[in-house]
Design a protein around this ligand. Structure first.
Ligand code: NAD
Length: 488
């Protein structure tokens, strides 16, 4: 007899193919293109968040022991904010943009029409399971697409809550949720989508891009990396350390794509920095941070094992200057600071994505640029300084998805700048209008009439026509006049 598990519908290649076809039919009906449909879906997301704030916070508690404040502010409020902005701006975003034309096409007019891409796939990660699933979805809806969302199986309570709530609040014929892990995602990836928006690590990012290439499907890859923090002297050390702490441990206990991965500072500054970090960490999380309700736990035992392996590396284990405590049964690791870790240690070979923070010392602060640029391009790079020249040098010479001066992670909340990586940290971006654009094709439209038909384009080709055509393409009136008059 089949077990209950086996009785659940299997989501295989055929099911993925059928789902894709179903969505293609819905998209072809034109339903998702209308302004009214988009607005109604965006409003429903806000309503869903309001009606189920407690359930969502509860799911995040189950998946990650995420503190309620972090759940409500960083997942729900940020998401509602995206919807509110889209609701306010949508008409404007959807409007065709007038474009200039040239003498070559005179008389004519042109515009850029924002066209939905069609049927899109969103694959999301576990660390901010609601925000990372629904924020791209806001962009896909605003742009007028039909879509499938595949939440992460590593945040099962959040995934099943989204699978339950989305059909209740959104148009379930156009917005589908598929729960599952590698096999379900692989079945989805075999299909032809008009865009794949993936959030997660670079290894799977490569799988996604490979699958997309088979269908020439464009992708947005929101990946991670080792985001550095450079700390200069002559700064307000207390403010800087508080911001570093909240950007590291106050963001899902370091399990955030833009949380600081390591710090670079100078020798004279390091002692002051470590002292300040210790003091503020104790103020925030008490003497026994393993028991703090304001710190998320590690997501699962394999990530716990990965992090403890980094900490137990011979090159690293003696370098802990704060923290290091762990509680395997409850998957908790205390905020941990390491000083004097060699650069060839395990901890520097991969993104830490957890509560460990190594500090590196350089002889002069400008040397930090080379250290950062010797690695792959990070998702975010941070600098604390009051030195104007250093700020300029940092912005000009460090390549990263985003840069923040004198704070951590806050660029995420600014909707007028794109959020995304570069190189190894990802491709494409979203947030605000960039989310709408990520799921939109910018169609070039040129309008002509039947007047002004120039014989110069048509055969038989002559030397005079060639001269005139060349002149017309330059757009220079004098050159055109000369060509018309037959002057070389
Ligand atoms: P994850 O394990 O949840 O995986 C992400 C998605 O990939 C999931 O939906 C999962 O089902 C799918 N997946 C996993 N293996 C697959 C396979 N073999 N084939 C197809 N699909 C597969 O999340 P993760 O990768 O552990 O997430 C952490 C990483 O994501 C970090 O590197 C982090 O920096 C990055 N991240 C980036 C952002 C961003 O906005 N740029 C946000 C959050 C996390």
């Amino acid at each position: 007899m089949a077990t209950v598990e086996e009785q659940k519908t299997v989501f295989d290649m055929d099911a993925a193919n059928m789902l894709n076809k179903e969505l293609r039919d819905v998209f072809a009906s034109g339903k998702t293109r209308s302004y009214e449909w988009r607005i109604s879906q965006l409003k429903s997301i806000i309503k869903m968040c309001d009606d189920h704030e407690e359930d969502i916070a509860d799911a995040l508690r189950q998946d990650l022991s995420k503190p309620e404040l972090e759940s409500i502010v960083y997942e729900l409020t940020m998401l509602k904010n995206s919807c509110t902005l889209a609701l306010k701006e949508l008409k404007h975003w959807m409007m065709p943009e007038k474009a200039k034309t040239s003498l070559t096409t005179f008389p004519s007019s042109a515009e850029i029409v924002s066209e939905p891409l069609g049927v899109v796939l969103i694959i999301s990660a576990w660390n901010y399971p609601f925000l990372l699933s629904l924020d791209p979805l806001v962009g896909a809806i605003a742009a007028g697409n039909a879509m499938v969302l595949k939440p992460s199986e590593l945040a099962p309570a959040s995934s099943s809550l989204m699978a339950k709530l989305l059909p209740e609040y959104l148009d379930s014929s156009s917005v589908k949720v598929v729960e599952g892990a590698v096999s379900e995602t692989s079945a989805l990836l075999e299909q032809k989508w008009d865009k794949i928006f993936y959030t997660g690590n670079g290894r799977v990012g490569r799988i996604v891009m490979g699958a997309a290439a088979k269908h020439l499907t464009p992708v947005v890859l929101e990946l991670g990396g080792k985001s550095p923090v450079v700390v200069d002297s002559d700064i307000d050390m207390q403010v800087a350390t508080r911001r570093i702490i909240v950007g590291k441990w106050g963001c899902n206990n370091g399990q955030a794509c833009i949380s600081p991965d390591y710090i670079i500072t100078t020798k004279d500054c390091a002692e002051k920095l470590v002292g300040s970090l210790k003091k503020e960490l104790e103020t925030f999380y008490g003497k026994n941070p393993l028991e703090s309700k304001d710190l998320s736990r590690i997501v699962n035992s394999s990530h716990f094992a990965r992090l403890t392996k980094l900490l137990d590396d011979d090159k690293v284990s003696g370098k802990i200057v704060y923290g290091g405590e762990r509680d395997e049964a409850n998957l908790r690791i205390a905020p941990t600071i390491l000083l004097g870790v060699p650069q060839n240690s395990l901890i520097m070979k991969e993104e830490i994505f957890g509560p460990l923070l190594p500090i590196f010392i350089v002889s002069k602060i400008e040397d930090s640029f080379d250290m950062i640029n010797s690695g792959t391009k990070p998702l975010a790079a941070y600098l604390f300084t009051n030195n104007k020249k250093l700020k300029e040098q940092f912005v000009m010479s460090v390549s990263a998805g985003g840069v923040v001066i004198n704070d951590i992670a806050l660029h995420l909340a600014v909707h007028s700048v794109p959020f995304g990586g570069v190189g190894e940290s990802g491709t494409g971006s979203y947030h605000g209008k960039f989310s709408f654009d990520a799921f939109t094709h910018k169609k070039a439209v040129l309008y002509r009439s039947f007047v002004g038909d120039a014989a110069v384009r048509y055969p038989p080709y002559t030397r005079r026509k060639l001269t005139l055509m060349k002149a017309l393409i330059t757009g220079n009136v004098l050159t055109i006049l000369r060509a018309l008059l037959g002057l070389s």
